[in-house]
Design a protein around this ligand. Sequence first.
Ligand SMILES: [Zn+2]
Length: 384
Amino acid sequence: MATDTADRGDDRPTSAVFGAPGRYIQGVGAIDELTPWLERLGIRRPLLLVDPVAAEILGERIEGIPGATTCEFGGETSPEEVDRITDRIEDADADAVVGIGGGKTIDAAKAAAHPAGRRLVIVPTLASTDAPTSALSVIYSDEGEFLEYRFFERNPDVVLIDTEVVARAPVRFLVAGIGDALATWFEAESSSVTRTPAMAGGAPTRSGLALARLSYDTLLEYGVAARRAVEQDAVSYAVEAIVEANTLLSGLGFESGGLAAAHAIHNGLTALEATHDYQHGEKVSFGLASQLMMEDRPVEQIDTVYDFCLSVGLPIAFADIGLEKVGRDELRKVAEAACAPGETIHNEPFPVHASMVVDAMISADAYARERRRNYPGEMPTPAA
Ligand SMILES: [Zn+2]
């Protein structure tokens, strides 16, 4: 008997989707493989979108790329900045965009290259976020307030990360990347219970969850050792493991595993100006501490996360992200932004209301101060 497959008689949920970049390259000296990769991809007129700090660090290693035009990144992934870069693509008749810098440069490169239909190569100079591998950009106002996510149909063609460059940057960036990655497995696990579509545009995959879990396990195992090595500008196995966990594992994990409360609370925190000097991953770390307070997690698991944050210097208390004097009114503002319609906090497996988020943040701060008093070892300062 013939069956009409389009009519199943119910609203069966969407298919699972997994997204990944075409190639991921990581290692000491990887930056010198950029030109050969551009040639291999047949790119002849790349627009290099370069963060000024990255330009200074890389110097002549990104000069002399055949056919390249350089465009300096303006500092914020705002709608205006994306439009400006789009104009530069047209003016230079570029056939690709190469984003060289930190998370915001990378997101701006994606937001300009994809709608313009150009190829995209990402060269992160920091391991401070899991933005590099994904097919989405986070857009902020010129003042640094979260505006929206923009989703694209493709991931970058190539992600190329030089671990020596990453290790020479201030250690704060690597630690912030650990904070961003630390939340990934918890968010993916919580949101996958509901099978809500993940950022890749479909239900979460087992692969996304497994990679998120591997990221979490890698952070716990190598986080402290990597921090200590990078403080000395050294690239050890631990540094390679953490750069992969922060960038590739967390990137694939969040995109195809799902986001939940931690990132929504991060987005809410950007509404308070006092947090603007803090890195994305530092605010995500506090968001995770709050998420754990809201969820029914075993206390040993909560203690593991809090103590790990203390051991690497990640924020879990208000004072760690510039909010030592924060009041309930301001926290209410954060919570309402975190609970805006469409925010990933609604991927949690229970209904979330703003008052719950206020209480979760206050509880996280109180518990963090308690754990810090009882912490036996020497602690690095968050955001140092
Ligand atoms: Zn993030």
